[in-house]
Design a protein around this ligand. Structure first.
Ligand code: F0G
Length: 457
């Protein structure tokens, strides 16, 4: 008999979570203005809001915390992190930052100017936010297959090279500060980019003299999919695959709260010393001196250890396997989801789940509210609310995909929790025809409104 995969760890410490009643949740979500970000964590039973900073650190990472060097300059923790980044990712220079968007802020302060165009694959919302904040434009060149959740494609995160070349051809090179390759591509469903696509993008970028920057939050999950799906990589280790991936990047931004399995932290990796020096100026202003940049010494230590653990095959097999376990259950129940399953999350296709609701009533947000009321599972809308208004016309943007994302924290929940989540969503699915009203916006911020938006049913 084939042995099932089992977690390559055992549990040493637990944290209590509490169930609540439907009546309590109905009141709480109303008080929270139907915004799941306003719900207290103690009002949540299974928290799938994000896989960012919510993973469980290992005994080795906690040991590293004790060894942190909190010196302002030249801390040994900085050098530990530097070595891990060089050894595992291959970047000679780096700047620590407090998280991923801070890395974007520092790097884009050097690179992005008003009127610029930044092509890429479904830029994450903070990435797009930092581009648009500088009055530049993010141009999405993701392959079309990504936008149809029913199509099977091994690498739905891929960049369409024709779309990309069109942007590169039609705009002067000085208007294109970089191409951003997001690995894995969060916004399109935790979908990976193939090694071939990275190679091709780098070659095309080289032809036009444009640099390539990887948004690397989930680079290790991307490497896992390459190993499992791309010809020629089955026998390579995750670390070998990761090394090759980053040969196609000139720089990288990293939210270490994902694949480096820490609660807080990020960095920018550079191949080029000159760009590193220019970015250091902004790093110092925004984040702190270059040897800590917004991070404690102990956090840099835990990050270095996490980079190593996060790029081990047995960990990734159980991590991505758990997400697929949930995905398969939902699929068996007939619930429409993005396929193939994502690396960090299952993305429910809200438009196919609630086809009778008009898009103006924010379908995925409605589904998030219903799921929370059903069982205390907190997931997140990746749809029209997140998409914000068009910065020029101020009209609502309605993206092709309206997702309810259920992100699975690393090493945190068991498969019994996955069963609970699946049953919860199945119950909502069974009563979907009774959900006849969505939500409307009462108050919103001008940018990144999803965090603070106030809604009414
Ligand atoms: N890039 C990607 C692909 C991300 O998914 C995120 C964060 C960031 C950049 C920004 O990193 O949060 O450390 O500032 N994603 C989280 C999520 C918030 O829930 O997917 P950050």
């Amino acid at each position: 008999m084939q042995l099932p995969y089992a977690e390559p760890f055992k549990i040493k410490m637990v944290e209590t979570i509490k169930k609540s009643t439907r009546e309590e949740r109905e009141q709480w979500i109303k008080d929270a203005k139907y915004n799941l970000f306003n719900i207290k964590s103690e009002q949540v039973f299974v928290d799938l809001l994000t896989d960012s900073g919510t993973g469980a650190m290992s005994d080795k990472q906690w040991s590293e915390m004790m060894l942190g060097d909190e010196s302002y300059a030249g801390a040994s923790s900085y050098y530990k992190m530097k070595k891990a980044i060089k050894d595992i990712l291959g970047f000679e220079y780096f700047l620590p930052t407090h998280q991923g968007r801070a890395a974007e802020n520092v790097l884009f302060s050097v690179l992005v100017k008003e009127g610029d165009i930044v092509p890429g694959n479904s830029h994450f919302d903070t990435t797009k936010g930092h581009i648009e904040f500088r009055k530049a434009t993010a141009n999405d060149c993701t392959i079309d297959e990504a936008f149809d959740t029913t199509i099977q494609h091994d690498f739905k995160g891929n960049i369409n090279l024709e779309k990309l070349e069109k942007v590169l051809k039609e705009n002067p090179a000085e208007r294109i500060p970089m191409i951003i390759v997001t690995v894995t591509c969060n916004s399109s469903g935790g979908q990976p980019v193939s090694m071939q696509n990275m190679r091709d993008v780098k070659a095309l970028a080289g032809k036009y003299g444009i640099r390539v920057v990887f948004d690397s939050a989930r680079f290790a999950e991307n490497a896992y999919f390459i190993k499992k799906r791309e010809a020629g990589y089955a026998d390579k280790s995750i670390k070998e695959i990761v090394k090759e991936m980053f040969t196609y990047a000139d720089a990288m931004t990293m939210s270490s709260k994902k694949d480096a399995i820490v609660n807080m932290g990020g960095f920018i990796g550079f191949k080029d010393e000159d760009l590193f020096k220019q970015a250091s100026v902004f790093g110092i202003i925004y984040e702190g001196f270059i040897t800590y940049g917004g991070m404690s010494g102990r956090d840099m230590n835990a990050l270095a250890q996490g980079l190593d653990e996060g790029t081990e095959f047995p960990f990734l097999e159980s991590r991505v396997g758990q997400v697929a376990y949930l995905g398969q259950m939902l699929k068996d129940y007939g619930i429409p989801i993005q396929e193939p399953f994502g690396g960090h999350a299952i993305f429910v296709d809200a438009k196919r789940f609630l086809p009778h609701l008009p898009k103006e009533e924010f379908v995925a947000q409605t589904l998030a509210v219903e799921l929370y009321i059903e069982s205390g599972v907190r997931a997140v809308e990746i749809g029209a609310i997140l998409a914000d208004r068009d910065p020029v016309t101020r009209e609502n943007r309605f993206p092709d995909l309206e997702f309810l994302r259920m992100a699975i924290p690393r090493r945190t929940y068991t498969n019994n929790h996955m069963d609970y989540i699946a049953a919860s969503l199945k119950n909502v699915f069974d009563r979907r025809n009774e959900i006849t009203k969505g939500v409307k916006i009462v108050k919103e911020a001008p940018i990144m409104r999803h965090f603070t938006v106030e809604l009414e049913r």
